[in-house]
Design a protein around this ligand. Sequence first.
Ligand SMILES: [Zn+2]
Length: 81
Amino acid sequence: MTDYSVCPKCQQPSWKEMPFARYVIFLSALPVLVALCLTFIIDPLLILFVPIVLLLNIRAAKKRIRLGRCQTCFYTGPRAS
Ligand SMILES: [Zn+2]
């Protein structure tokens, strides 16, 4: 297993796949923020959505193609298959 593969944009061998934990945080940041805002605005019970969002994103991250980042051109996105 190599750490770096070819970038889909600039074809440089400097493509680094995002670690699993960071990918989950990346997916969860926005919905968790929205849930926290709604918790303060509408109802404290909405805080229950935060673990649900995290669980769904952990499941999604296991299934989906992970995002990566090129160290040369800083392109961020899914790896082209
Ligand atoms: Zn690149």
